[in-house]
Design a protein around this ligand. Structure first.
Ligand code: SF4
Length: 508
């Protein structure tokens, strides 16, 4: 039975996780060309560009959140899909073992990580039969940060800044704009969205995600939807959300819309938000041998053009170098917009660590410390560990805990992405601490800013959730919430909200 199928799927997974497809590269290249030199958006895009190159060159994960693996498989009639699904699961476990996927499958009741990305519901595999002789396997890896930014609207509805969204194409347009605005930088903008008009709640989300299998530059065969997609892309970038929500000219790199019939009583608009790390590839394999006959979305005979012509963070001379442990005076001197190069010890902490710290003493002294919202990909190396991917995770999830932890344990800086809310901002001001935004998805870039792993605590929470003791060296991040009550995230949300209002009245 298809002796080469397992190896072909392993190759597909690794390539998808490590090498951004040409259409996503082209869209990101175009975004880079739009942002003026020296702006926050341009600096962030330069890091993203380097990260894309580093991932491809070293076959490392583009982002440490290697995401939910979703396979769409088409088979000729008569192919054993049960066997094929087993092979796909084995391939997922193998890619995880090789460090190309982070262990991402967590028991929702116990919080236990299966360690091999297998478990109920993971990976997602959809089969369809077709009347062709080959087998087609498409894969998308969609991370949690952007998945959390998906949205489903039941229209008619009232939307902030946009007013009423009716059961019309203009109502759909408003829902799409609202979804992009709501995501701000939390889904690692500039993203791409798949949209479904209609269906029920389940088929709507599924079809929205399936739209992400279209190429970013294709043309919708339905002229009405083609016009809607074009209208969104013509106007959405005036919102000014920008890369990572830092403000800027490009907030979205693609909009793909499908439609399903619906019940008369329901009208859903479902939006699947994907980040700039738009990892989606496919293969066509021989139905007898299982060997790859053709790649989808990429032509292996065409050499990849690097995103950047040089490696390393582009310094402007205005960066501020700081070393941990941090004192209050240093932290209070930092202002929103400052670019910091952080060196010294930092501790990773995400959902499990924050939940733990509100009711347990920390395993290390956190006075003057830096907490990094990050679930790294870490490989065993002799008696020690090596970080192979380490970008920031979405910070807002820790909003219920962060302020208390800062006050209680004397934390001086938090690094993450997407910003935090009012409770954290108040704690920063009161206790003398800052929030720094690192560039989401830049897992390879930041792994190179980590000189070593000096220890680990709470490993029982699993690799991504453990508290890793990292030695940073010139780790660049931007102060987006300071100890003076300022938040760049709030400013951009307010400004882009005002733009949204202008777009509301635009005719469609
Ligand atoms: S780039 Fe951002 S949103 Fe996308 S998978 Fe990585 S961390 Fe998540």
């Amino acid at each position: 039975m298809l002796p080469g199928f397992f190896d072909s799927v392993v190759t597909l997974i690794i390539k998808t996780s490590t090498d951004l497809p040409p259409d996503a590269r082209a869209a990101m290249r175009a975004a880079m060309d739009q942002e003026p030199e020296g702006t926050r958006a341009a600096q962030a895009l330069a890091i993203i560009g380097q990260n894309i190159d580093q991932a491809a060159a070293g076959e490392g994960a583009i982002c440490q959140d290697t995401g939910m693996a979703t396979f769409e498989v088409k088979t000729p009639v008569g192919v054993n899909q049960i066997w094929m699904k087993q092979q796909i699961k084995k391939a997922i476990a193998e890619a995880t073992k090789r460090g190309k996927l982070r262990p991402n499958s967590v028991d929702s009741l116990t919080g236990e990580n299966s360690g091999d990305n297998l478990g109920p519901g993971t990976p997602i595999v959809h089969f369809e039969q077709w009347e062709r002789e080959d087998v087609e396997v498409k894969l998308i890896l969609k991370g949690g940060g952007c998945e959390n930014m998906n949205a489903q609207y039941s229209v008619p509805t009232e939307l902030a800044h946009l007013g009423r969204a009716d059961r019309t194409l203009d109502g759909v347009r408003k829902c799409i704009l609202h979804a992009v605005w709501s995501a701000q930088g939390k889904g690692c903008a500039p993203g791409a969205i798949g949209v479904c008009v209609g269906g029920d709640r389940t088929s709507g989300y599924l079809t929205a995600k399936e739209q992400l299998f279209r190429t970013l530059d294709d043309l919708n065969p339905d002229p009405r939807l083609a016009e809607l997609e074009a209208e969104i892309m013509r106007t959405v970038n005036t919102l000014g959300v920008g890369t990572m929500g830092f403000g800027g000219r490009i907030s979205l790199i693609g909009c793909k819309v499908g439609a399903l019939n619906r019940l008369p009583a329901s009208f859903f608009v479902s939006v699947a938000y994907d980040c700039w790390a738009f990892r989606r590839l496919g293969i066509v394999v021989d139905a007898q041998s299982g060997v790859i006959k053709e790649w989808l979305y990429r032509d292996p005979s065409v050499a990849t053009i690097p995103m950047m012509d040089q490696a390393g963070f582009r310094r402007t001379g205005r960066e501020i170098a700081v070393t941990t442990p941090l004192d209050e005076a240093t932290v209070r001197s930092l202002k929103v917009g400052d670019v910091v190069l952080m060196s010294g010890r930092a501790y990773t902490g995400r959902d499990a660590v924050h939940h733990h710290l509100v009711s347990h003493a920390p395993p290390v002294d956190l006075r003057g410390s830096v907490i990094y919202h990050c679930g790294p990909v870490v490989a065993r190396e002799g008696d020690g560990w090596r970080v192979t991917a380490a970008g920031p995770t979405t910070s807002i999830r820790e909003e219920p805990y962060q302020g208390d932890i800062i006050r209680k344990y004397g934390v001086r800086a938090v690094i993450g992405k997407g910003g935090m809310g009012g409770r954290t901002l108040a704690a920063l001001q009161e206790a003398g601490a800052v929030y720094l935004n690192a560039i989401g998805g830049a897992a390879q870039f930041y792994a190179r800013c980590i000189e070593g792993v000096e220890g680990v605590s709470l490993l029982e929470f699993g690799t991504p959730e453990a508290m890793w003791h990292l030695k940073l060296k010139d780790f660049p991040a931007i102060v987006t919430m300071d100890a003076h009550g300022h938040s760049l995230h709030q400013d951009i949300e307010d400004q882009s909200g005002a733009e949204l209002q202008t777009l509301a009245s635009a005719r469609f």
